[in-house]
Write a protein that binds this ligand. Structure first.
Ligand SMILES: *[C@@H]1O[C@H](CO)[C@@H](O)[C@H](O)[C@H]1NC(C)=O
Ligand SMILES: *[C@@H]1O[C@H](CO)[C@@H](O)[C@H](O)[C@H]1NC(C)=O
Length: 308
């Protein structure tokens, strides 16, 4: 259904800064296997923690309790958190290591629009300040910091940022701090995101920063063409990132490779490297695959193809 909307075939590079891009022509034709898709022996459901998918109930405590249980019981092989069909409104929350967030068919996780309650976190050291406003920044809707072995997948359920309230604050210049991404992983490794639909992110959709071994495939990312800064996937100071077989239609770049900002990015000195983008289609008012802006830590080995 979404593929009918496809209007741009990607494989154009958009260079916004001066640096070297070196193409590495690997012989792999798929990301599968790069990060193992862990089978979880232990399975729990958000409904066991009081989750209610009626679109009204705030499920923040349910998600935080479920994650707390995964983090502290530490079942061998990790735990799968099942989100059944229904609409689950929640504030932002942190994931933990060795877990799978599994959205069943018809499951929707919806971000609350109560922005006054949204947690603030420190700016990224490679940016020195918020990307949009000085000081801290709002934590992403789904957040991971210092994690390993995390999977977000399922049967094409939806993660909905309800971003219009944030886009309007940006348009009206009433934003106090930098808008939250929909999903952000910081300092994490072994991340798989597949078979999920991302909708209406407040800001960038998927932002792996200081990460390695990240696979993003079979995702659909949608936001209106006039939504500000709703980049699809932004690998930032990250290495071994493989993005493939996805449809992205947003108000900004579909994929933008980054590595920090000006003196902060230079001082932090963490490049993005070994980034693969393969068979991504969609539409954008900007670039299909952008390298930049914000590339002060360097970018190397970017491979982009529409076939293999
Ligand atoms: C979530 O993670 C952020 C960033 O690491 C941290 O500042 C915050 O305290 C965490 N929140 C909770 C509820 O654990
Ligand atoms: C989910 O979406 C992907 C990408 O569009 C598609 O390849 C896959 O068959 C879908 N899976 C299910 C269970 O519908």
């Amino acid at each position: 259904m979404f593929r009918a909307l496809a209007s741009v075939l990607l494989c154009c590079f958009f260079l916004e800064a001066s640096f070297w891009v070196h193409f590495s022509y690997g012989d792999l034709t798929t990301c599968s296997g790069i990060v193992p898709m862990t089978e979880r022996g232990d399975k729990i459901s958000i409904t066991d923690f009081g989750g209610v998918g009626d679109g009204q109930t705030l499920n923040t405590i349910a998600f935080r309790k479920a994650i707390y249980r995964i983090q502290h019981l530490r079942r061998r092989g990790g735990t799968l958190l099942f989100v059944p069909s229904g609409v689950y409104l929640t504030d932002s929350f942190n994931l933990t290591s060795h877990m799978t967030l599994y959205l069943a068919r018809g499951a929707v996780m919806k971000a609350t629009q109560d922005t006054s309650n949204w947690p603030l976190i420190a700016p990224l050291p490679s940016y020195g300040r918020g990307r949009e406003r000085p000081g801290g920044r709002y934590m992403s809707f789904i957040h991971g910091d210092g994690l390993e072995d995390v999977v977000i997948t399922g049967e094409n359920g939806t993660i909905d940022g309800q971003g219009d309230i944030w886009w309007n604050m940006w348009r009206q210049r009433t934003l106090q701090f930098t808008r939250p991404s929909l999903v952000e992983f910081v300092n994490s490794r072994g991340i798989v995101i597949s078979n999920v639909i991302f909708r209406n992110s407040p800001f960038w959709n998927i932002h792996p920063v200081y990460c390695s071994d990240v696979v993003i495939r079979y995702v659909t990312i949608l936001a209106p063409p006039d939504s500000p800064n709703t980049d699809g996937i932004d690998p930032d100071s990250s290495s071994n990132v493989c993005i493939e077989d996805s449809f992205i239609s947003t108000g900004d770049d579909l994929v933008a490779v980054k590595s920090g900002w000006d003196e902060y990015g230079i001082a932090y000195g963490r490049p993005s490297s070994y980034i693969t983008v393969r068979r991504v289609t969609g539409s954008t008012p900007f670039a299909g695959v952008a390298v930049g802006s914000e590339t002060s830590g360097g970018v190397e080995n970017v491979w982009c193809s529409h076939q293999d």
